[in-house]
Design a binder for this molecule. Structure first.
Ligand code: KG4
Ligand code: ZN
Length: 338
């Protein structure tokens, strides 16, 4: 089954054609990051406008690259939630128009389920059940995939998402948006022990994350140094922040996995590109005798191939939409009732 998939939940317009959930026939991404960089973060109105300008040509390009015509496509899939509402609406409306005009089924896909599905493209043998850690710019979730379309949430962030914390800390340290990659690079040159940082926990909820406290600790370190007329060593502070964030993510993930007796572990989302996190996860998986699945860097960030993969399994489960499909800014991964 060949699915044309559309992703426009944030600042990447993307269209892909994916066969049977596992084979990418084409995948195009138009990133707006250089424009949003000027403002230090994503400007929702600009994101929506650029999606409108780019989506038609990208869809045509993805079809051409796949070697297929629209009539040879079996279904149209689209990210309908979660994300920036105006940005999502562009993709949803385009997909609705395309599906209606071509007489194809319309498959709504949850963005975070899509991030997990990036692993189905990278690891042909991977099948649920497994325990997944999703770390992106908007989400930090540990969920068990009981099947391709049933999830149970075990932990979430109570404030900032992991990627959001990386981006905010990067901003304070003077790196451009999106700052995760700059923190990653700087951390390689820095000493993580120079600035001791706390690992915040959530009272009564030991599995959940709080990144806001960690971010504030970094900001306070910078301000205290400024008040004393000193300059902080950005590489050391980046290294300290990253080491703490990685410890927070990995200790909770591995302790939940142990408690649940889960030996198949999956990681996904933009922050899964972080080299410190990948190393710590690899070490932890070896220690606990678990199999670890992480996408290659090219599939960690937003793309439409992952949406096309998940769409196949949503289709098999009968999760289809009609022309009344709406975009939603927030829908939890375990509740995708359209
Ligand atoms: O999954 P994604 O592309 O978009 C969302 O769905 O949010 O994630 C983007 C996030 C940004 O916060 C970005 O800074 C972060 O992923 N990121 C990284 C790295 N590469 C991207 N964070 C830490 N280290 C990286 N190497
Ligand atoms: Zn994403």
């Amino acid at each position: 089954m060949k699915i044309l998939a559309i992703e426009s939940s944030c600042d990447e317009t993307a269209v892909a054609v994916v066969e049977d959930g596992r084979r990418v026939l084409s995948s195009l991404i138009n990133s707006q990051v250089e424009e949003h960089k000027l403002y230090g973060g994503v400007v929702p109105e600009i994101a929506s406008r650029r999606h409108i300008e780019n989506i038609g040509a990208l869809a045509e390009g993805a079809l051409t690259e796949s070697g297929l015509t629209l009539s040879e496509i079996d279904a149209v899939a689209v990210t309908y939630a979660p994300g920036l509402i105006g940005a999502l609406l562009v993709g949803v409306n385009f997909a609705k128009g395309l599906a209606a005009s071509a007489g194809k089924p319309l498959i709504p896909v949850h963005h975070i389920r899509g991030h997990i599905a990036a692993n189905y493209l990278a690891h042909p043998e991977l099948k649920p059940p497994f325990l997944a850690l999703i770390v992106s710019g908007g989400h930090t979730v540990i969920a068990r995939a009981e099947s391709y379309t049933d999830y149970r949430i075990f932990a979430t962030t109570v404030d900032d998402a992991a990627g959001e914390a990386f981006d905010k800390v990067a901003r304070v340290l003077g790196y451009p948006y999106p700052g995760g990659i700059y923190i990653d690079r700087a951390a390689r040159e820095g000493n993580p022990k120079t600035y001791p940082l706390p690992i915040p926990s959530v009272e009564g909820r030991p599995d959940d994350f709080s990144f806001s406290g960690l971010k504030t600790a970094v900001i306070n370190t910078v301000h205290n140094a400024e008040q004393k007329g000193e300059t902080v060593c950005s590489a050391d502070l980046a290294a300290g922040f990253q080491a703490t964030a990685v410890r927070m993510l990995t200790t909770r993930f591995f302790s939940l996995a142990e408690r649940l007796g889960e030996k198949k572990l999956v990681v996904a989302g933009g922050v899964a590109a972080n080299s410190g996190l990948r190393e710590a996860l690899t070490r932890g998986a070896e220690r606990s005798g678990s199999s670890l699945y992480i996408p290659p860097l090219s599939l960690c960030g937003d793309n439409a191939a992952m949406i096309g993969s998940q769409a196949y399994y949503e289709y098999l489960a009968g999760n289809l939409a009609d022309s009344s499909l709406n975009a939603c800014a927030y829908v939890p991964i375990d509740n995708c009732g359209i």
